[in-house]
Design a binder for this molecule. Structure first.
Ligand code: MLC
Ligand code: AMP
Length: 514
């Protein structure tokens, strides 16, 4: 059996390769185009004669060609390393130094700094790709043979490395194999009832699990069409929704679309499934959506290290979609909630969520110690999330995510680790120390906020500090507000009590929730 993920996805492509696979407002691509364009790109990558398993780091705007570059990387037996376009030079430097990619593909607009950086980190080939499919990658690939024979891969061979930030401020590369990704794609295909006549409204970025491994894999494996938009643009969504059957988004997408009065049940008459994930969906959003559209959003839960873990039911016969829960473990996935000694807890008790399954990654890139810490001796992965199985009126096999043991903020579906930002703020002129916290935000769910203490006798310029952070960090990590206080609250052990800060500043971006 062939384990290359591309071959698995390709097995779902429709017989009629001249039917439309991807539609953008400007262009359409057939299944034959996907095969040929990814084939040419794979042939180009193979012509570089780099060892199988070499990394291909990609920081480009969303485009159908960017998806094909991902598929080409799989086909050539290389490892895909996607990077958020919001990352700044300093952030990209870390990833390239750590992963040592042989090939780097960047936007033409960042070539001036990315090219020398990539070479510095040992990349032998640096190419560009823009949002319209232009750039040196396409130029170099255009004369390659489109009939590329996909390279055979073993189940455990790496397909992708996804960097996720760490509590120490150092990002870790989660290593995902062809089998991790294909097992999850097949499970979701069956569980969510994917059909070849589905039309997916694809509005998510493709440098993270949600847009790439959940949304795009789902449509590719089903041989279903994707309406491919750079992001959620309300006017475009209103135009395309009547033809669509499936949409996936983070809670911010649902909050934003509900603000539009023209988003109605009639507009969604063809839709069979709205899926939310990456961050907690508020019960209020779930209820408002159901009241307006007549359909409950299906909330699911996952991580970069594991792809999807749990899902509310798709079929009504399997049970209700319960707001505030993330549903049941997916078929083949095991989920348990344990105490501090890794002992399973009774339903209704909050504890650490641990998981096992064919979808769970093999470890962090070049971090064997960290990998050992995050797995129990009997092979359960510690998610860092706090959950409860069951609870009042909830079936005992439904999981609710009620908190995190990791100091993590999720803003608009993006993870932000406070430590990374604190380390930078603490270096700023006049700052003695800082605490970065997440506080409720009506649009992003949580927003990043920084609380700083000044060095004695100094008055730091908070606006200048924020401007300097904008230069160093991806925009979603920059604190939306910075306040100065005399002293950080600490417990008797000297640990900063972030809970107290979160309480104090809870209403910073919202009207009081009372
Ligand atoms: C943008 N901004 C954000 C932000 N996104 N601020 C906080 N949090 C965010 N997520 C800020 C920008 O800095 C900018 O501020 C202003 O908002 C407008 O920027 P924008 O680029 O125009 O924003 P927009 O395109 O509207 O983006 C918002 C968004 C986007 C929600 C559409 O963040 C997004 O696509 N989120 C999805 C993330 C995702 O796919 N997550 C999946 C991870 S996988 P300023 O001050 O500069 O003007 C995962 C596993 C799983 O978690 O389970 O799925
Ligand atoms: P990432 O590291 O970007 O893959 O983010 C994974 C984290 O997102 C998980 O560990 C959870 O904390 C969070 N997450 C994903 N889906 C949900 C959800 N439906 N509800 C609550 N948190 C979620």
């Amino acid at each position: 059996m062939e384990h290359n993920l591309y071959s698995v996805l390709e097995s779902g492509f429709p017989q009629d390769r001249n039917s439309i696979a991807i539609e953008t407002p400007a262009r359409s691509y057939t299944w034959a185009d996907i095969d040929a364009i990814s084939g040419r790109m794979a042939a180009l990558l193979s012509s570089y004669n780099i060892p199988l398993g070499s990394r291909v780091a990609v920081q480009v705007e969303k485009s159908p060609e960017a998806l094909m570059l991902y598929l080409a990387t799989l086909r050539a037996g290389l490892v895909y390393l996607p990077l958020n376009t919001a990352y700044r030079e300093g952030e990209v430097r870390y990833f390239l130094q750590d992963a040592e990619p042989a090939v780097v593909v960047c936007s033409p607009s960042s070539e001036s700094w990315c090219e020398p950086l990539a070479r510095d980190c040992g990349a032998s080939h640096v190419l560009t790709l823009d949002a319209n499919g232009g750039g040196s990658l396409m130029e170099a690939a255009k004369n390659q043979n489109p009939a590329f024979q996909t390279v055979s891969r073993n189940a455990d061979d790496l397909a992708a490395i996804l960097y996720t930030s760490g509590t120490t401020g150092r990002s870790k590369g989660a290593m995902l194999s062809h089998a991790n990704l294909s097992s999850n794609a097949k499970t979701l295909h069956d569980y969510w009832g994917w059909r070849s006549d589905d039309i997916l409204l694809h509005i998510l970025p493709i440098f993270h699990v949600h847009g790439l491994f959940v949304a795009a894999h789902g449509a590719l494996l089903a041989g279903a069409r994707m309406i491919w938009l750079p992001k959620l643009d309300i006017e475009q969504a209103l135009q395309y929704l009547p033809r669509c059957t499936v949409m996936m988004g983070v809670p911010t997408h649902y909050v934003r679309i509900l603000e539009e009065p023209r988003f109605t049940k009639e507009l969604c008459s063809n839709m069979r499934l709205f899926i939310s994930g990456s961050a907690p969906l508020l019960v209020d959003t779930f209820r408002e959506f159901e009241a307006r559209i007549g359909m409950p959003i299906l909330e699911r839960y996952g991580m970069s290290e594991t792809v999807m873990l749990t899902s509310n039911p798709y079929e009504p016969a399997q049970g209700k979609r319960i707001p505030g829960t993330v549903g049941r473990a997916l078929p083949g996935v095991s989920v348990r909630v344990v105490d501090d000694q890794d002992q399973p807890l009774e339903p209704g008790q909050p504890g650490h969520v641990q998981v096992k399954g064919p979808n769970v990654f093999s470890g962090y890139w070049r971090m064997p110690e960290k990998t050992r810490e995050e797995f129990t001796s009997d092979g359960w992965f510690r998610t860092g999330d706090i959950g409860i199985m069951g609870g009042e009126g909830i079936p005992s096999d439904y999981l609710s995510i009620v908190g995190r043991s990791k100091d993590l903020i999720i803003s608009g579906g993006y993870n932000v680790y406070p430590k990374e930002i604190e380390l930078i703020i603490d270096e700023a002129p006049g700052v003695q120390e800082s605490a970065v916290i997440g506080v409720p935000h009506p649009d992003f769910g949580e927003a990043v906020m920084a609380v700083i203490v000044a060095r004695p006798g100094v008055a730091p310029d908070l606006d200048a500090l924020q401007a300097s952070l904008k230069k160093q960090l991806a925009n979603f990590k920059v604190p939306k507000k910075i306040v100065q206080i005399d002293e950080l609250p600490r417990n008797t052990m000297g640990k900063v009590q972030k809970n107290m800060l979160r309480q104090t500043y809870a209403d910073t971006f919202t009207v009081s929730q009372q």
